[in-house]
Design a protein around this ligand. Structure first.
Ligand code: G4P
Length: 524
């Protein structure tokens, strides 16, 4: 735990969810409590409506992409809350994974009727890789939901984490009466409303008052269920949560602002303040006096007249100050920043200082790459999240012979931003772009044209997976590369990548070359 009160009071986290589970609604309610907005409905959803054409400009307009919505900061009670926004569309999943490298904890929103969905599962995997503490919010209880005990089992099985309910729902859908708070031992009765926060009542569940409030049958049922919960689930232990072993679960309805205040109150109380961050050289403690930080995201400026980007830097330790020279480790040079920004809901302002846990926006003209480290002189390298093998692959070709240079530069910079992954086939020298979804190809094409004045064309290549390969047996590695020479590529760091064109081919390769390790992520 940090000893500096400025750092100790910071809570930096992300709200993540499968699209449509209610992330935007919950974020908005948090901002209401934080006093950042006055009425519900003020936050623009950054999700892409399903009806949208896949034209990038439309998407941009819909998302209202503005860097100001990428981080939301506010003071709540004695805490400084930093919410990192993540894109709603699953084609931008890689962006979300990277954002998770900069948070100290996560709130996962699950739709009570749908339970755990694909995207939730993947996001949880990333949290597990980093032992990120997780709180689960089961949303939309005002709609018919799954049985809460079944949901608990599903969360535990599908997300591979122990769960512990801290509130418990009384029915759902039209019969939804509210939630019982197992942590504070009070009852929160549901009243559908988007603006009003419902009053809580202290109720001794063993008295008739409970029957009077929710009716005899439901009161009896609730008593039985609470007894079962106390019997089945071990008492909630904050340390287990902080270690990422147990996820506390809350129920509510973000749309109706119900159960959200309890969630926020418990969150600020139990969620970790900035955690130590591992660099290749050593672990950096947040309250070390010297500033260190790393870039985890780069966002293009959507104003086409303004080519500059914003690099998002997470302050890992100490205090960052404006106009003070800092050391850019990869470039081995000193830089100072005259207009670093911080973000307040819809606005962004220049800041003079920021503390460990904070996110600052640094104007960038191609000086930053994802994972770049800034320090006060120490040669540190923070480890980012490994790249995952992409799901889709296409050859990228130049469509305007006069603009070869522009295209090369554009591809280079977009890859630095982490828009997609680039592999160069060693056999024919062709460039292959790997993405998570189709939308990314469109984004790249659009941006190359509008920001770099270059035109590209996509050509199909049928590939199944990109595997980073290594071996303790150099002879076998060479033999493999020779045998598969048509399918060997290099990633941007010059590492060997095997492009398997089918699951079967990969399986055979694994069987034939027992001393070669095939990795599906770039860090191993
Ligand atoms: P997302 O960011 O995770 O994609 O979800 P978002 O908050 O945008 O919510 C998705 C849809 O679910 C929205 O409806 C939203 O109003 C609704 N929703 C969110 N929380 C609740 C809840 O607690 N109860 C109920 N009944 N609905 C909820 P939409 O029709 O897609 O959009 P909108 O027209 O309401 O904005």
């Amino acid at each position: 735990m940090a000893t500096n009160p400025e750092i100790e009071r910071r809570r930096t986290f992300a709200i993540v969810a499968h699209p449509d589970a209610g992330k935007t609604s919950l974020t908005e309610k948090f901002l209401l409590f934080g006093g950042q907005i006055q009425v519900a409905g003020a936050v623009k959803s950054n999700k892409i409506k399903k009806t949208a054409t896949s034209d990038w400009m439309d998407i941009e307009k819909q998302r209202g992409i503005s860097v100001t919505t990428s981080v939301m900061e506010f003071d709540y009670k004695d805490y400084k809350v930093n919410i990192l926004d993540t894109p709603g569309h699953q084609d931008f999943a890689e962006d979300t994974y990277r954002t998770l490298t900069a948070v100290d904890s996560v709130i996962i929103v699950v739709d009570g009727a749908k339970g755990v969905e694909t995207q939730t599962r993947k996001l949880m995997e990333v949290c597990r890789m980093r032992n990120t503490p997780v709180i689960i919010f089961v949303n939309k209880m005002d709609r018919e939901a799954k049985d809460p005990f079944d949901l608990m089992d599903e969360l535990e099985e599908e997300l591979v984490i122990q769960v512990r309910p801290l509130t418990w729902p009384i029915e759902s859908g039209p019969r939804f009466k509210g939630v019982y708070n197992l942590y504070e031992h009070n009852l929160n009765l549901f009243q559908p409303s988007k603006q009003v926060v419902t009053e809580k009542v202290e109720v001794n569940i063993h008295t008739e008052e409970l029957d009077n409030r929710i009716g005899h049958d439901l009161a009896d049922k609730l008593r039985g269920e609470l007894e079962l919960i106390e019997g089945v689930y071990p008492e909630f232990n904050v340390n287990e949560y902080l270690k990422g072993e147990v996820a506390p679960v809350f129920f509510g309805s973000a749309l109706n602002n119900f159960g959200v205040e309890e969630l926020l109150n418990t969150f600020v109380e139990i969620a970790p303040s900035p955690r130590p961050v591992k660099a290749e050289e050593r672990t950096v403690m947040p309250d070390e006096p010297k500033f260190t930080g790393f870039v985890f995201k780069i966002t293009a400026n959507i104003d086409p007249n303004h080519r500059s980007c914003i690099a998002f830097c997470k302050v890992c330790s100490g205090k960052f100050s404006r106009n003070v020279p800092y050391y850019h480790v990869r470039h081995d040079k000193t830089m100072r920043f005259s207009s670093p920004t911080q973000f307040m809901a819809q606005r962004k302002t220049t800041v003079d200082e920021a503390w460990a846990g904070d996110i600052i926006g640094l104007p960038d003209n191609g000086t930053f790459k994802i994972g770049d480290t800034l320090t006060e002189g120490e040669k540190l390298h923070f480890r980012g999240l490994p790249s995952f093998s992409p799901e889709m692959f296409k050859y990228i070709e130049n469509a305007d012979p006069m603009k070869q240079k522009q295209l090369a530069k554009g591809i280079d910079q977009l890859m630095d931003e982490g828009v997609a992954q680039l592999f160069v086939n060693q056999f024919n020298g062709r460039k292959i772009i790997g993405t998570v979804g189709q939308l990314q190809f469109e984004v790249i094409q659009y941006r190359l044209e509008h920001e770099y004045n270059a035109k590209c064309r996509w050509e199909p290549v049928s590939l199944y997976k990109a595997c980073w390969i290594e071996s303790d047996d150099p002879a076998e590695l060479e033999a493999f590369k020779k045998r598969k020479y048509q399918y060997m590529a290099k990633d941007r760091e010059g590492r060997d990548v095997f492009l398997a064109d089918s699951g079967y081919v990969l399986q055979m390769a694994q069987m034939d070359f027992k001393h070669i390790k095939f990795h599906f992520t770039s860090e191993f």
